[in-house]
Design a protein around this ligand. Structure first.
Ligand SMILES: [Zn+2]
Length: 195
């Protein structure tokens, strides 16, 4: 695909030019054959990585179910794989999240918790804020008795550059409601998460 086709696909010329300039800055020749279509691909990849700016993740929690058959225990979604990008280096953050809540009088379809995570992850992020945003969103829109979010992730800005330490993961957590106030509830949710 040529640059003119990329323009036809709605990718602005200055975006393509910026990627060509970065390739040149890295030390390569953006005009060589193997790189000719790269600016368009990078631009399209960016649209995909950052599609979270086009949505309000809370919308996934707008449809709730009140009929839960008397269920009043923890609902947990474990090991949700996700990808984000750090806002300091625009480098990948790759990890998994565990999201739990103790329902009040409504629950959501379980895939919705993963969609909330992915909505916030598809933006430039720091892991601490991502963790807080997911927890706050569930707290505010589901009005549960507790929310627990734990995220474990590797940061390419640390594993592939800088201190160059592959294999290191960072863990962040946010506990709200009963999971913050009651130690037994917190221990229970952490143990269900396998932590
Ligand atoms: Zn970074």
């Amino acid at each position: 695909m040529t640059a003119s086709n990329d323009r036809d696909n709605g990718i602005p010329e200055d975006v393509l030019a910026s990627v060509r300039r970065l390739i040149e800055w890295a030390g390569d020749d953006p005009a060589r054959e193997g790189l000719a279509d790269t600016p368009g691909r990078v631009a399209r990849a960016y649209r995909e990585y950052f599609r979270g700016y086009d949505e309000d993740p809370a919308r996934h929690l707008s449809r709730t179910f009140e009929e839960v058959g008397g269920y009043d225990e923890i609902v947990l979604l474990r090991d949700i794989a996700f990808q984000s990008h750090c806002e300091h280096h625009m480098a990948p953050i790759i990890g998994k999240a565990h999201i739990a809540y103790l329902p009040g009088d409504r629950v959501v379809g379980i895939s919705k918790l993963a969609r909330v995570l992915k909505g916030f992850a598809s933006r430039l992020q720091v892991q601490e804020r991502l963790t807080a945003e997911v927890a706050d969103c569930i707290w505010e829109h589901l009005q549960p008795r507790g929310v627990a979010v734990v995220i474990e992730a590797a940061h390419a800005c640390m594993s592939a550059r800088g201190v160059n330490t592959p294999g290191v993961t960072m863990t962040t957590s946010r506990m709200m409601g009963v999971f913050r106030e009651d130690e037994r509830s917190r221990k229970e949710v952490l143990s269900l998460m396998g932590l």
